[in-house]
Design a protein around this ligand. Sequence first.
Ligand code: UTP
Length: 294
Amino acid sequence: MKVRKAIIPAAGLGTRVLPASKAVPKEMLNIVDKPAIQYIVEEAVAAGIEDILIITNRGKGAIEDHFDHSFELEANLAGNPAKADLYESVKSVANLANICFIRQKETKGLAHAILCGKSFVGNEPFAVLYGDDVIISDDPVTAQLARCYEKYGKGVVGVNEVPEELIRLYCTLDVSPIPGESRAMNCRKIIEKPSPDQILSLYAILGRIVMPPETFEMIEKGIAETPEGGEFLLTDVFTELGMAGKLMAYDFDGKRYDMGNKLGIMKANCEVALNHPEIGDGFKEYLKELVKTF
Ligand code: UTP
């Protein structure tokens, strides 16, 4: 079945990028001239996703405003031929896709955030694009994963290898190759934040997944069985699917930037600026001069 819907969870507290994320949602932090979440919505649209649900909460109103019309601004720019490009860029954001919003009323983790999309998704597969992971690629990563789902009918987690010294911050996956496939693998087991003796491979899940509709029942059941005060992890859903032979890992082609931490934000800005049609050349010259002083 075709993947037509996507959920973008953007209701986290963003504590790793405080104080920047105190009044501005971290998903709205800029990469050069666009907020992170716009890159993510554009990826979903480029992958052929028709309906997008963004999970927000109190204090994230700027995300809704960004994807809405700003009539005063548009009227102001429309009257000025010298600002025609700006007018188009502002207006087109509001027409990118059919975008809905729902509030996660308590910040109870990623699995709980995804469950907020149950009635939006209904009985079909769906993509999840983590709201603080921007991935730049020619072929949208969501499309790469969706094709894998559509071919095999199993849940797909987007993975890349991470440096060994960093795997303890992510999860580790037990993967096995599939004859004839260069990027798609079977995945049986996952361990969250592994200690050195638990490392199964250097593959970690990085911000994109495509899941079957039964995911919602699995989260509901998991949350109901989790003791008060505990958090039911999405990893537990992956583990259950993996043990049933219904999970794949896809080694995606793309460059991922973690907008949830300070270094990730700086890398994203630096690399996007270097390739930017308007400021790329000037920024490159500036960097060349700057490195001479190190
Ligand atoms: P993260 O765990 O990276 O976000 O979740 P966080 O909780 O904001 O991070 P820190 O540790 O406090 O800095 C990945 C994505 O899931 C969303 C976040 O907004 C982020 O885009 N999320 C997380 C939710 O929507 N709800 C939650 O309860 C938790």
